[in-house]
Design a binder for this molecule. Structure first.
Ligand SMILES: [Fe+2]
Length: 297
């Protein structure tokens, strides 16, 4: 694995040679069909070395993989947790909706405070990375989803490797990247509820480079509850990103997770379509957010 110490700096705008070398390797034989990302596994709690390698290889290439296990609608949270652990994902983010163990159960919840938050409704969720509103030191680098039960219809996730989004924007106009790396480019207004401030306003970059040289992305396509720096290049960059996310690019994968299936990712861009439950089919997904990336990716 390359890191800053190796002086390999593909995400430095002043370093075109490293960028081009990285870009070429990245796009070489890059999977363009979701089927290429799906790996069947026998026991998620104890992967064989061949299964692990198949999953890990995809994570290294695309920052994500979908596993298909045999556990069906078994609601045991140990299934996704132990799977994550095998990929070095251990530091769970305990957010407001998470149960005490840091695993959030996403399903339609009537009433309670949760119904004010789209993840707990059946409405569509726009493109985003998880935890974009978190403090800088609590950024989410690993994201896992595990399906316990699927909806009667809908509930599809679109997925896009954030490094592909970076390549698209840098190739379009390197100034887009410069604008989106500004520390104050994106501000999330404070979260107030009943006059109480649950979270202060937070500003940060869309793209940033981690200490180990890896690329991190914070983003939401929401237009409410988000304030962009009002300069022409930033606004053009955001539009270019949104246009790409709304396009039919073959880099955008679409999957409706089925019981026993799940996603392991380096918090790639994703959305969710609306869905409908009925008496027989009630969508339930576990979501696990980590402060770490998948090990060795
Ligand atoms: Fe999400």
């Amino acid at each position: 694995m390359k890191n800053i110490a190796d002086k390999f700096l593909p995400f430095d705008l002043g370093n075109e040679a490293d960028y081009q070398a990285w870009r070429e390797r990245k796009l070489l034989a890059y999977p363009t069909r979701i089927e290429e990302l799906i790996v069947e596994i026998k026991n998620p709690q104890q992967l064989t070395s061949a299964e692990f390698e198949a999953l890990h290889e995809r994570c290294r290439k695309t920052n994500m993989v979908i596993y298909a296990g045999p556990t069906g609608s078994d609601p045991d949270k140990a299934i996704p947790k132990s799977l994550g652990r095998q990929f070095g994902l251990t530091e769970l983010d305990c957010n407001m909706g998470a149960d005490d163990d840091g695993v959030t159960s996403l399903k339609v919840v009537e009433g309670k405070w949760r119904s004010g938050y789209i993840p707990y409704t059946n409405r569509p969720i726009h493109w985003h990375t998880d935890g974009y509103y978190n403090l800088p030191e609590r950024q989410i680098h690993g994201l896992q989803l595990h399906c316990v039960s699927a909806a009667a219809s809908g509930g599809e996730n679109a997925l896009l490797d954030h490094e592909i989004a970076y390549i698209h924007l840098r190739d379009s106009n390197p100034e887009y990247i410069r604008a989106l790396m500004a520390a104050n480019v994106m501000t999330i207004p404070p979260n107030n509820e009943n006059g109480e401030q649950l979270r202060p306003a937070r500003s940060g970059p869309v793209f940033s480079v981690l200490e180990d040289g890896r690329l991190h992305m914070r983003y939401t396509a929401r237009t409410r509850s988000i304030e962009w720096l009002q300069d022409p290049v930033t606004l053009a960059a955001v539009k270019a990103l949104n246009d790409f996310l709304d396009s039919s690019s073959h880099y955008i994968y679409r999957a409706t997770l089925q019981p026993g299936q799940g996603l392991i990712s380096n918090n790639v861009l994703h959305d969710r379509s609306g869905f409908d439950d009925d008496d027989e089919y009630t969508r339930q997904l576990y979501r696990l957010r980590y402060y770490q990336r998948i090990a060795d990716t």
